[in-house]
Design a protein around this ligand. Structure first.
Ligand code: SAM
Ligand code: SF4
Length: 329
């Protein structure tokens, strides 16, 4: 069991399959893109599987594939099918563009729930946020996933003056569709030119939604262990909505997450700037279990030691991190 010094059990691994992407969302991908590197610097298919197996032996119960866009990796089908054989819950976060090619693969790997990022219901606006226009395909593939019986979670990064006027439209989607909408506070990473006023806070989001539906009609869903979102149901709605307040309402006290980047570096926190190289030792035939345990032991109580909002506002600290696209969100 991977216990940290605060007694938190770490049983949820997020593996990035690539730091490249077919979109260039401005809050995630730096304007100049990510530096192209030799293929040998990244985990091969076998190394991804080996890495996953090691974590499963150490107690990981859930693996989420992410990126970059995980589905653009040519071998994504093979990796997903192989990981489906492990004794874990397998999940994926995708921008949805290539989903129609993966329905059978998801099924055969036992994936039942898919997280899709969607930041606007207005095609032109979505294209502007993503700096590329695949809006029709994304909308179509979300519907396809629903038709095929997958549980769909929509992730929306809410940004003031960009898409914050669509909060209620997104909640309305859950009226007659079994969709779980998750509103995410905009977070600072290298190259995304973040500042607090560009985001919409948990409180601001709840004010807008409560004003529309009436606070008395928002039903607090029971909190699940390790859940990052505060979730709500509205009477008569098929789906639900939730808010992930990583900036103003951090959920670190129940964090169970570990990340491995596409180049095989372990991050014990999304915001941590220190990383543990697992790939080189793995290639040398070394047992990486001790390194993993040590990294978990060194995990800080909150946001990699950024305990206050002031710390998060210090761009020198957040700029020292990678861009989100090369971490794996
Ligand atoms: N390409 C896939 C996708 O877009 O779903 C997976 C990778 S993406 C980095 C994973 C998640 O991180 C997405 O839901 C995205 O919206 C979120 N994300 C990226 N940058 C973010 C930021 N600065 N603040 C909050 N969420 C962010
Ligand atoms: Fe690509 Fe996902 Fe980042 Fe958008 S949020 S640039 S789709 S990795």
């Amino acid at each position: 069991m991977l216990l940290d010094s605060f007694g938190r059990e770490h049983n949820y691994l997020r593996i990035s399959l690539t730091e490249r992407c077919n979109l260039r969302c401005f809050y995630c991908m730096p304007e100049d893109g990510v530096e192209l590197r030799e293929k040998s610097e990244f985990m091969s298919n076998e190394e991804v599987i080996q890495m996953a197996q090691t974590f499963v032996q150490l107690g990981v119960k859930k693996i989420r594939l992410t990126g970059g866009e995980p589905l653009i990796r040519k071998s994504a089908h093979d990796i997903i099918r192989e990981l489906g054989k492990l004794n874990v819950e397998l999940a994926i976060t995708t921008n949805g563009i290539l989903v129609e090619k993966f329905i059978d693969t998801f099924r055969s790997a036992g994936i039942t729930s898919v997280n899709v990022s969607l930041d606007s219901l207005k095609p032109d606006r979505l294209a502007a946020i993503c700096r590329k226009d695949y809006s029709d395909r994304i909308y179509r593939n979300i519907q396809l996933l629903l038709n095929e019986g997958f549980l769909v979670k929509l992730n929306m990064v809410v940004m003031a003056g960009v898409n914050s006027d669509e909060l209620v439209d997104f909640v309305e989607l859950s009226k007659d569709k079994p969709l779980h909408v998750r509103f995410i506070e905009f977070m600072p990473f290298n190259g995304n030119d973040w500042n607090l006023s560009k985001g919409t806070s948990y409180q601001e989001m709840m004010q807008v939604i409560s004003a529309h539906y009436g606070a008395e009609n928002l039903i607090n869903m029971p909190e699940k262990e390790n859940d990052t979102a505060r979730c709500y149901a509205i009477d008569g709605f098929e789906g639900t909505f939730g808010v992930i307040g990583s900036v103003t309402h951090p959920f670190c006290s129940s964090c169970n997450r570990i990340r491995v980047t596409a180049d095989g570096k372990m991050k014990n926190c999304l915001f941590s700037t220190s990383e543990t190289d697992l790939l080189a030792p793995l290639r040398n035939g070394e047992d990486i279990s001790q390194l993993i345990g040590d990294s978990i032991q060194s995990k800080k109580a909150q946001r990699a030691g950024m305990n206050s909002l002031d710390d998060l506002l210090d761009r020198s600290k957040t700029d020292a991190n990678r861009s989100m696209v090369s971490i794996g969100g």
